[in-house]
Write a protein that binds this ligand. Structure first.
Ligand code: AMP
Ligand code: MG
Length: 485
């Protein structure tokens, strides 16, 4: 255990104890995540494990605390926020490096504001599944170690029950962690936090690169550069799988470029360019097609905070000017692979735009429309065309794609196989999460187990799980997800 965050000055957090759940039950434990911290599978099913991850016993060697941060919520400065229902238990040195373990839903902290410090089973199942689904899609994300349930009542729109999900991340520091100190006009704390992040996670930002001359605050400019690049690539990853985060507030933006804080997220079913997954987002600020520009807006807030130390807005602005190029390149590379192209060409822009437009107009299913392109490459166009109401329009577009393929001839089976490796068949659709939640609220983790099996390898078709590969059933059209969690 190294507990490096706890070694920062005390103003960064409050030490405290979690308030554990009553009569907790281990609903699910993640053996893959456990392996990252060197925990053998059998340890996960012990009383000692349940005691720690239900918040009833301290993590041996840990140093429990809640961190302070601030942030912009829906574009408006919200002031101090902080871990209102998260307890950082400590940092474990695993075979894959250090991981912080954090309970979400283990009671109130000094940062709870009006909240009760709890999380409901529904949102905990969603976070648990989503982080593993993201990992299966090879998209940077926090992980989830355990899901513990209880009958303790929690008041939301109705009375629900409490749960705790244990998250793992090398760090939970957010853009808002920096904004906090800049807003309080304490640049020395911005510097301290930046030094911590650079030394632990971005050591390459410390020294001058070969041939670069070093200004006093160059490491912070390089840090922004590195975070900008990771964030831009993360946005491209999200866009390529039809993922909407739902609450891209600056306090939910990871300084490590990870997908962080799964609340009212959604993997799209029927495609809409301006799809909004969060029912509470009435303005559509975080619509699918706005995510890349919102991330840049958030990076501007981070840059502004770093500038309290750097005092060179032009240097930071120059870094942010690189965002669009990095995002666009990553998005084009990702989309080229999805379309079965060896490399993106400028003229492919029209091809992609027309596909997205067609999918948008006809609400084609995002996941299946892309997945079924490989069937067309293998010679069976119908599965793809079936995703559209106007099949003639879809057929015309498909002809253009197949013609484009001829520009770089390749064995059809090889091309189709490569496409299947980047177009998932299984994503965590809302209705699938809902099925898992319904079973989990009866104490049954079998759906979670089954879903994890396909979501960990979402590219490989498994006929026995065909029920997870289909379009949402009619009842799913009533599902709404909001900030309530
Ligand atoms: P979110 O939008 O879920 O990332 O949360 C924004 C802020 O509200 C964070 O500071 C959370 O810790 C806090 N928060 C959310 N739900 C609760 C809750 N039930 N109790 C205490 N704090 C909460
Ligand atoms: Mg949050």
């Amino acid at each position: 255990m190294s507990n490096s965050f706890a070694a920062l000055p005390p103003a960064f957090y409050t030490r405290l104890s979690p308030q554990g759940l009553n009569a907790p039950r281990l609903l699910h434990a993640n053996e893959d995540a456990a392996a990252l911290i060197g925990l053998a599978p059998e340890v996960l099913y012990t009383q000692a494990f349940l005691d720690v991850f239900s918040g009833r016993a301290p993590l041996p060697g840990g140093d429990t605390l809640a961190a302070v941060y601030s942030g912009h919520q829906f574009g408006i400065w919200a002031g101090q926020l902080g871990d209102g229902r998260a307890h950082l238990l400590g940092e474990v040195d695993g075979p894959s490096g250090p991981w912080e373990l954090q309970l979400k839903g283990a009671g109130m902290t000094p940062y709870s504001r009006m909240g009760d410090g709890r999380a409901v089973l529904r949102s905990s199942v969603r976070e648990y599944l989503a982080s593993e689904a993201m990992h299966g899609l090879r998209i940077p994300t926090t992980r989830a170690l355990a899901l513990v349930a209880s009958d303790d009542p929690v008041m939301r729109e109705t009375v629900e029950t409490a749960a705790i999900v244990t998250r793992m991340s090398p760090s939970f520091v957010r853009f808002g962690s920096f904004e906090h100190w800049a807003a309080r006009r304490q640049p020395e704390m911005v510097q301290t936090l930046a030094d911590y992040i650079i030394d632990h996670f971005y050591p390459e930002c410390r020294g001058p690169r070969p041939g670069e001359k070093d200004a006093p605050h160059a490491p912070l400019v390089r840090l922004l550069d590195a975070v900008t690049a990771r964030t831009a690539r993360l946005m491209a990853d999200w866009q390529c799988v039809g993922f909407c985060h739902g609450v891209m507030n600056t306090d939910n933006m990871s300084i490590l470029g990870l997908t962080l804080d799964y609340g009212p997220y959604g993997f799209m079913d029927g495609f809409r360019l301006d799809h909004v997954c969060n029912h509470s987002d009435t303005e559509g600020r975080y619509a699918w097609n706005r995510q890349p520009s919102v991330a840049l807006w958030n990076l501007y807030r981070l840059a502004g905070s770093l500038n309290s130390v750097v005092q060179d807005a032009d240097a930071l602005k120059a870094v942010l000017d690189g965002y669009e190029g990095i995002f666009t390149r990553a998005f084009h590379d990702g989309m080229a692979a999805k379309l079965g192209l060896e490399a993106w060409r400028a003229e492919d822009e029209g091809l992609l735009d027309d596909l997205l437009k067609l999918m948008h107009e006809q609400r084609a299913d995002f996941t299946l429309a892309f997945r079924r392109l490989s069937s067309a490459v293998r010679g069976a166009s119908q599965p793809f065309l079936d995703m559209f109401i106007d099949r003639e329009a879809a057929r015309a577009w498909l002809q253009r794609l197949l013609q484009r393929h001829e520009a770089v001839p390749r064995d059809a089976a090889l091309r189709a196989g490569a496409m299947d490796k980047v177009n998932p068949l299984y994503v965590l659709r809302n209705h699938l999460a809902e099925l898992a939640i319904r079973a989990a609220s009866q104490g049954d983790a079998a759906v979670i187990d089954d879903l994890l099996r396909v979501l960990r390898d979402p590219y490989t078709e498994r006929p026995e799980y065909a029920r997870y590969a289909g379009l949402p059933p009619d009842w799913a059209s009533d599902l709404e997800v909001s900030c309530s969690s």
